[in-house]
Ligand binder design. Structure first.
Ligand SMILES: *[C@@H]1O[C@H](CO)[C@@H](O)[C@H](O)[C@H]1NC(C)=O
Ligand SMILES: *[C@@H]1O[C@H](CO)[C@@H](O)[C@H](O)[C@H]1NC(C)=O
Length: 379
């Protein structure tokens, strides 16, 4: 019974299924939509409606077999209708395009979530990019039944996944490099991160797939905006030394780091994991801020001016109630010949809510807004 409800292989009676539109629930992710579609198609059904809350927003290429997917609310209504009548009917209509879908973007349910497993002292994920229903080149597959009879197998497919958003970011990075050939990878990464979009196409903060505001542990600093990233104003350069320091703080021995990097690198005498927060990264994460001690945690960042040589930046802080965040200095004046400047950010969590607190520091010169997201775990 439950197997037939889920359209498991071998569970459908072709005598009952042939010629009908079949409804399946999708309670068990071990049997994919592709398999369920094949099971229903093999039993000579006319079409398939799948009820699945999570995957409903994730288009599925069912080839030429009529397929629709609905969430639990619509699914409940359909099942109620079926039980209310002796001869329930449904109509299969041609596919239509839904333009300007709202809200968008939304963090997909399958998108990986932070905090990072390796360390809570670097914010993860970094950033997000389109990854749902992406049309891309693919290896043509003979066996998936997607080509209409008499037509060639397509060299393109619609796919979803982090593997689809990664090429978007790669393309954006190449685009920025083509305009600024002298920029290092970390400058490009910083430019993408500090200029990311944080509101959607209905001018509201970005949400996740259950319609709650998305946290930096779901969306990182937001969604890439390649055009804005061409002109970030300031960038955070993460140097080779920063990366080697990371290894020291993380606990690698000097001997191993020297052999990996082929350098005569010395680790700082006092290396411990919390210092990872101090690496010159375009976001800030602090894995443990003790609210019972009166202590505060301070991190340092260094910015490089890539805008007009004579710019003045002012910092503004957006922080949750109870978390005291102070930036020093609050004003940075760049002049000809002075390209780099450092600032400190201190966090004091005595009055803060337990758990992760999120916010941002924005440096603005009237032309650029350089947004640095922070995540602070108050314990
Ligand atoms: C969306 O965010 C809310 C609030 O943080 C959380 O409870 C929920 O599980 C998230 N939804 C998904 C699909 O991750
Ligand atoms: C900055 O320099 C540019 C030209 O180099 C000049 O036109 C502009 O007035 C200067 N701005 C300020 C605020 O000094």
């Amino acid at each position: 019974m439950s197997e037939a409800r889920n359209c498991y292989p071998g569970s459908l009676d072709p005598k009952k299924v042939a010629g009908k539109i079949i409804i399946c629930v999708h309670n068990d992710p071990t049997v994919s939509r592709r398999i369920k579609k094949l099971v229903v198609e093999d039993a000579k059904a006319r079409g398939l409606i799948l009820i699945d809350e999570e995957e409903k927003g994730l288009p599925f290429d069912s080839g030429i077999f009529p397929f629709a997917e609905v969430g639990s609310v619509a699914g409940f209504k359909i099942l109620k209708y079926i039980n209310s009548t002796k001869n329930p009917t449904a109509t299969i209509l041609p596919t239509i395009e839904v333009p300007r879908f709202r809200p968008a973007p939304v963090v997909a349910y399958f998108s990986s979530r932070g905090p990072g497993e390796l360390t809570g002292n670097i914010l993860k994920p970094d950033i997000m990019a389109p990854g749902v229903a992406i049309l891309g080149a693919t290896i043509p597959r003979k066996d998936d039944g997607s080509a209409p009879i008499g037509k060639k197998i397509s060299k393109f497919a619609i796919k979803s996944g982090t593997s689809m958003s990664c090429p978007h970011v790669t393309g954006a990075a190449a685009f920025i490099k083509s305009v600024h050939p002298g920029w290092s990878p970390s400058m490009i990464k910083s430019a993408l991160m500090t200029t990311a979009i944080i509101s959607n196409n209905i001018r509201k903060p970005l949400t996740n797939s259950s319609n709650d505001f998305a946290s930096p542990h779901e969306m990182g600093v937001g969604e890439i905006s390649p055009l804005k990233a061409l002109n970030p104003g300031l960038v955070f350069e993460t140097t080779i030394e920063d990366h080697l320091h990371f290894l020291c703080y993380y606990g690698y021995t000097e001997k191993n780091i020297r052999s990996m990097s082929n350098t005569k690198f010395y680790c700082p005498r006092n290396s411990y994991e919390e210092l990872i927060s101090d690496i010159n990264y375009p976001s800030i994460s602090i894995s443990n801020l003790n609210r019972h001690q009166d202590a505060k945690t301070t991190v340092t960042r260094t910015v490089t001016n890539v805008g007009y040589p004579n710019s003045t930046y002012i910092a503004t802080v957006q922080a949750p109630v109870g978390l005291a965040v102070n930036v020093f200095p609050k004003k940075i004046v760049f002049v000809e010949g002075l390209k780099k400047a450092s600032f400190k950010v201190s966090f004091h969590g005595k009055e803060a809510t337990k758990g992760y607190n999120f916010g941002a520091i924005t440096w603005s010169d009237g032309l650029h807004a350089v947004r640095v997201v922070f995540a602070v775990n108050v314990e």
